[in-house]
Write a protein that binds this ligand. Structure first.
Ligand code: GDP
Ligand code: ZN
Length: 361
């Protein structure tokens, strides 16, 4: 097999431009009736509940949902963005929460974001999925398996975004007396270092009230491995919503970009959910080792205290982290998981490099 050279920036840019041209072919701007500036009302605040192609569905403060065009000077617009919109003056204010067929306004400006969720993207390097999220509920479960290593991977990914993680253990109806002490002890480690832990059962509705209180007044996402019960939990909290998302307007003729589009929904008991397959796949990708260490929040006070500046926190002499583990200030399991994560990221980096240079391009 001959190795292909990785593409340079110019080549990538051209590929991307062609790709966008292709995507835009079947549904050109002409499908959307142009709005004249003179027919637009005053600017008003709104939130993006869904972004697809050249349009966004926004919700105004009064709860009206309107499909909007986006001013060209707006570089990036995603679900959760706080915006200023001008609605067409004929947009009917008496019909809240209905999406008009066709375009009813223009997004004029975007407020700065306080947080971002993104994922790696072949063309852009990084693709932003959603903005202004307040907390990430990391869902894990008793069965098929309980793993602190997986919880720690999600915690590291969450800490890297700066968004507050919260740990949710689902399926506690399956906890038996043999398993319970072990899992309680593992979760106590997280509570000790300052994380909130919720133990729930979506099947038996245990702990759902407490979750509702947590979600109130915040924008949340649910993350976690497939099978832990994210859909079940979301259904318990948001009944009657057909979540995974493919419902962006069949009737507008604007085409379907729906399958991975993040969408913002309101919990009946208060608070918002942003969800999509992309959001749920939120995971740890590449991070430099120093950053991984910083994302273990209880390590922070010891980082920089090692004898050697490039300490790998293994068997290096004078390692402040290892001393903290030996003195009982850092849990053994967290320290072990840190090393496993570093090792796996190393492997992943090699794998990605191989893939990009041989197969993908
Ligand atoms: P997701 O992949 O994270 O969205 O997980 P699902 O919501 O699809 O749930 C995966 C499986 O776990 C399904 O068979 C659910 O019925 C089951 N499950 C979800 N919540 C609970 C729970 O609280 N208790 C039990 N025993 N099973 C659950
Ligand atoms: Zn060290």
């Amino acid at each position: 097999m001959t190795k292909k050279k990785p593409l340079n920036h110019g080549q990538l840019r051209r590929m991307r431009a062609n790709h966008e041209k292709r995507l835009n072919r079947g549904h050109s701007q002409n499908d959307a009736p142009e709005l004249q500036d003179s027919s637009l009302g005053q600017e008003q605040p709104a939130i993006v509940i869904s972004r697809f192609g050249q349009h966004a569905d926004i919700e105004t403060a009064s709860g009206q949902v309107v499909r909007c065009n986006i001013r060209r000077n707006i570089g990036s617009l995603v679900c959760g963005d706080k915006v200023l919109v001008r609605l067409a003056s004929d947009t009917n204010l008496d019909e809240p929460t209905t999406v008009r067929a066709g375009i009813g306004g223009v997004v004029e400006a975007v407020h700065p974001r306080h947080s971002l969720l993104s994922r790696p993207d072949l063309y852009d390097g990084v693709k932003i999925i959603a903005a202004n999220i307040d907390q990430i509920l990391i869902v894990s479960s008793v069965l098929p398996s309980f793993s602190t290593q997986i919880i720690d991977r999600y915690l590291v990914a969450a800490e890297d975004t700066g968004i507050q993680p919260v740990i949710v253990l689902n399926k506690i109806d399956l906890l038996d007396d043999a398993l319970k002490p072990e899992i309680d002890a593992a979760l106590a480690v997280y509570e000790k270092i300052g994380y909130q832990v919720f133990k729930v059962s979506s099947h038996e509705q245990t702990g759902i009230d407490e979750l509702q209180a947590l979600l109130k007044d915040k924008v949340s996402v649910f993350a976690g491995q497939s099978g832990v019960g994210k859909s079940s939990l979301i259904n318990a909290l948001l009944p009657d919503v057909d979540l995974i998302i493919g419902d962006v307007s069949e009737n507008s003729g604007l085409g379907q970009h729906t399958t991975t589009t993040a969408k913002l929904l309101h919990f009946p008991a208060g608070g918002d959910l942003i969800d999509s397959p992309g959001v749920r796949e939120f995971a740890l990708w590449h991070l430099p080792p120093e950053r991984v260490g910083w994302c273990f929040i209880e390590f922070r006070e010891y980082l920089g205290g090692c004898k050697f500046r490039d300490c790998k926190h293994g068997s290096d002499p004078g390692c402040a982290l290892r001393t903290a583990v030996e003195d009982g200030h850092i849990a053994n399991e967290r320290f072990a998981n840190y090393h496993k994560i570093i090792a796996s990221l190393d492997e992943q980096r090699h794998a990605r490099h191989f893939r990009h240079s041989v197969d993908d391009l």
